[in-house]
Design a protein around this ligand. Structure first.
Ligand code: ATP
Ligand code: MG
Length: 159
């Protein structure tokens, strides 16, 4: 149940290494020293990370860059970000981006494939953890998705 966060992020990058190499996308992992281990449902968070990284690859052009990072907030909550240098999302779509089946611009989405469920599933799982997930994006610059997981259990547990 104790997950080494840096290891977890390295492993996501590894799972997608072939896909990234095909598009000459570089992955960078950066974890703050204070992070160490976290209490989380590894299967669910892996699924969230897979959804976010698959989006980052899908919506980033050849030669781009993806950054996986983690840090602790003031309240010890764990913040994890997946940042890409991709095509971004227009402002008008941002409010619906976590809705089920919502996809930006049908034409651009159709050629990429997908159903528009990845982000909504990610949000459900983060919610189930008592966490939050947010997305920031700028067209032609890139997108950053950040989820925050409270680490309250750790204090109550004191094994
Ligand atoms: P699925 O995940 O079900 O295969 P999808 O990737 O289209 O399909 P979501 O992951 O829910 O669905 O994302 C919804 C929409 O948000 C996408 O269609 C895409 O237009 C936009 N989007 C998501 N992530 C990014 C990103 N990193 N950069 C640019 N656009 C994104
Ligand atoms: Mg997706």
């Amino acid at each position: 149940r104790d997950t080494d966060v840096e290891e977890m992020l390295e492993e996501v990058a590894d799972r997608f290494s072939v896909q990234m190499r095909k598009k000459a996308i570089r992955a960078v992992v950066g974890v703050d020293k204070r992070v160490g281990k976290a209490i989380l449902d590894r299967d669910q968070i892996d699924q969230v990370l897979d959804n976010l990284v698959s989006n980052a690859i899908k919506y980033t052009l050849e030669g781009g860059r993806i950054e996986l990072s983690a840090r602790l907030q003031d309240n010890d909550a764990l913040a994890v970000s997946v940042k890409d240098s991709g095509i971004g999302i227009p402002k008008r779509d941002l409010s619906r981006i976590f809705d089920r089946f919502y996809r930006v611009d049908k034409a651009r989405s159709r050629e990429m494939g997908g159903t528009g469920l990845g982000l909504s599933i990610a949000r459900e799982m983060i919610k189930a953890h008592g966490g939050t997930i947010t997305l920031e994006s700028e067209p032609d610059v890139g997108t950053t998705v950040t989820f925050i997981l409270p680490q309250l259990q750790e204090k109550g547990e004191q094994s």
